[in-house]
Structures are given as structure tokens and as C-alpha cells.
Ligand binder design. Structure first.
Ligand SMILES: [Zn+2]
Length: 71
């Protein structure tokens, strides 16, 4: 009986060590990870939200690349 309790304790200790060693799910909520978003802007012609790096800026604001021909 004492051997069974010792085995269960050993399994529990290994499980605790593995839990501590492996990365937890809460690690995804770190501030560094949270800042990895894509800044978006709103097209003033069609109202669609798009990546700011892909948007074209003119006098009235941002617009899609598809409106370049019309402008
Ligand atoms: Zn647009």
C-alpha cells in the first residue's frame, strides 16, 4: 500500500513539473503578444476597413487601392 501511495505521489510530482515546464495558455495574453495587431483605417469612399499599410492617403482621408483609378 505504501508503494502505491509513493507511485501516485511520484506521478503527481512529475505532472506538476511538466505543467510548470510547458508554456501555459495564459502566456498568449502577454502584453508583447497583445500588441501584434494590424492597424486599420476606414476608406472614406466605400467605408471598408483595411490595413493602413495598404491604404492610400489623399486630401480627404484614406481610401482603398481599388479607388486609385477613379481618383
Ligand atoms: Zn474603398
Amino acid at each position: 500500500m505504501a508503494r502505491l501511495i509513493l507511485i501516485i505521489c511520484a506521478i503527481g510530482l512529475v505532472w506538476l513539473l511538466l505543467r510548470r515546464a510547458l508554456p501555459r495558455r495564459e502566456a498568449d495574453d502577454r502584453p508583447g503578444k497583445r500588441e501584434q495587431y494590424t492597424p486599420t483605417v476606414r476608406c472614406h469612399i466605400c467605408g471598408a476597413y483595411l490595413d493602413r499599410r495598404l491604404a492610400r492617403r489623399d486630401q480627404t482621408g484614406y481610401c482603398c487601392q481599388s479607388h486609385d483609378d477613379n481618383a
